[in-house]
Design a protein around this ligand. Structure first.
Ligand code: GRF
Length: 221
């Protein structure tokens, strides 16, 4: 019998961890091609730690406040990821900026989710800024991490409408619901080796129809 080898992922969080939960749920399916090797938080009170523990996933708290230099903080994260044999690092609401050294050591193996359609609305308060700009669609983006914040080759995006009476809260909820579909999908594509980077752009292998990589909206109608 051949052993089913799954991609080992490490998730870095700072807070609620609803995206982490969507990854945990996906990994519970025996057909999902990845498994959660470790969850690392830079905050002791991150609710995502509770979620991970409930599912018996290894957790580690590495508080940035305990280190004088960012490089020491990152070295500890790096060590924990390597010790857990992590092959892909997923940032999911991890609220620390990573240095070039860390980013380079996980080149093409470090992905992030951002709650806007990049390159629009990099940084914080994305939903409020989207509403104030009057955009009619917003959404979320999964991208490889580069040394510039919220940059790096875009892997997947999903769009949602922005309604006239939206508040940042109502829009955040609509986007977050979509994030929960998008993150496991990106991990699946990565684990199945469907993603490649050519000249800083993401291309997919074995694509029959571009709807295959579109969650929301699809071009089917
Ligand atoms: C999400 O909106 C994600 O896009 C952003 O931070 C938020 C994290 O939410 N990077 P959660 O902790 O996964 O619930």
């Amino acid at each position: 019998m051949t052993k089913n080898i799954k991609l080992r992922i490490g998730v870095l969080i700072s807070g609620n961890g609803s995206n982490l939960q969507s990854i945990i749920n996906a990994c519970e399916d025996s057909n999902f091609p990845a498994e959660l090797a470790i969850v690392i938080s830079n905050k002791t009170d991150a609710y995502g730690l509770v979620r991970a523990k409930k599912s018996n996933i290894k957790t580690k708290v590495i508080e940035h406040e305990n280190f004088k230099h960012r490089s020491e903080f990152e070295k500890n994260i790096n060590r924990a990821l390597i010790e857990a044999n992590v092959e892909l690092v997923c940032l999911a609401g991890f609220m620390r900026i990573l240095t070039n050294t860390f980013v380079c050591s996980w080149k093409e193996r470090l992905i992030n989710i951002h709650p806007s359609l990049l390159p629009a609305f990099k940084g914080l308060n994305t939903h409020q800024r989207a509403i104030e700009c009057g955009v009619k669609f917003s959404g979320c983006t999964i991208h490889f991490v580069s040394s510039e914040m919220d940059e790096g080759p875009i892997i997947l995006q999903a769009a949602v409408p922005v309604h006239q009476h939206d508040t940042s809260k109502t829009l955040a909820k609509r986007v977050l619901d979509t994030e929960h579909k998008l993150y496991p999908f990106a991990i699946r594509l990565f684990a199945n080796k469907r993603i490649k980077i050519e000249k800083d752009l993401v291309k997919f292998t074995n694509i029959q129809d571009s709807n295959e990589i579109l969650i929301n909206p699809t071009t089917k109608n």
